[in-house]
Design a protein. Sequence first.
Length: 56
Amino acid sequence: MAVTARSLSNLTDLKDKYGDQVLTLELDVTKPDQVKRVVEVISLVFPARWALYRRL
């Protein structure tokens, strides 16, 4: 699972609870470059699932 927040410190509890099962990413949706980078990272980490969404 991938989760985002403006600050990674807001995701500490999730990371502590789920460890490597969760991908935490910093994301400020008002910054287009950051949005693009997060989408690229998620598509690389979860390529099969990303392919399903791109078909919709």
